[in-house]
Design a protein around this ligand. Structure first.
Ligand SMILES: [Zn+2]
Length: 194
């Protein structure tokens, strides 16, 4: 399967436009099979997804060896460990989108609202804080994600996984939206005036 770099660029720009990533935060990747080997195309470190270019996308193998020029996202381990743990996942979107990340920095959990597939537990799965970019965070996330498609990284951000990049990006938007809805509902409930 060829790597659709155009799609990675398009979705990167889209995530920025949808205000799910800002500055140089946020990263995305796609897994492809090339001659039976897993190749991960990932956004580069220290670049904004806002104006990511095709030639800036970095290819790595599952062990993290860099196969092209450029330096992969500092969160590359997080992506690689998830791919190792989940054969069904071929795309990952990681954001620090404001509402969902607000929840991640608080003691509140994001409710698993309708539209989130089968509701088995009341809240989105989350893991305790470990330093961004660390192998400990990556391994913990890979262990905690189980069959979930969203993982909240406490005091950090959001991780969404899917078979297709477009799906993972839509999920990132959906998580941000339900966090926003939950926040608005909570705020309205504080007032008895309306
Ligand atoms: Zn991050």
């Amino acid at each position: 399967m060829d790597i659709d770099v155009k799609e990675i660029v398009k979705i990167s720009h889209d995530l920025y436009k949808r205000q799910l990533v800002s500055g140089k935060a946020g990263n995305i990747s796609v897994r492809s099979k090339l001659e039976n080997k897993d190749i991960i195309a990932i956004s580069p470190t220290l670049k904004s997804l806002k104006d990511l270019k095709e030639e800036e996308i970095v290819l790595v193998d599952l062990e993290g060896n860099v196969l092209t020029k450029g330096k992969p996202s500092s969160e590359v381990n997080l992506h690689l460990e998830i791919y190792k743990a989940r054969n069904d996942v071929n795309a990952i979107v990681h954001t620090h989108s404001p509402y969902a990340t607000g929840f991640a920095f608080s003691s509140k959990k994001i409710k698993r609202l309708e539209g989130f597939g089968k509701i088995t537990t009341p809240f989105l799965e989350e893991i305790d804080y470990l330093p961004p970019g660390s192998i400990e965070l990556a391994k913990n996330a890979a262990k905690a994600i189980g069959n979930e498609d969203v993982l909240i990284l406490k005091h950090h951000g959001v991780l969404c996984v899917a078979d297709q990049l477009k799906e993972a990006a839509n999920l990132a938007e959906f998580v941000e939206d339900i966090a926003k809805t939950q926040f608005i509902t909570h705020t309205l409930n504080l007032s008895e005036e309306i």
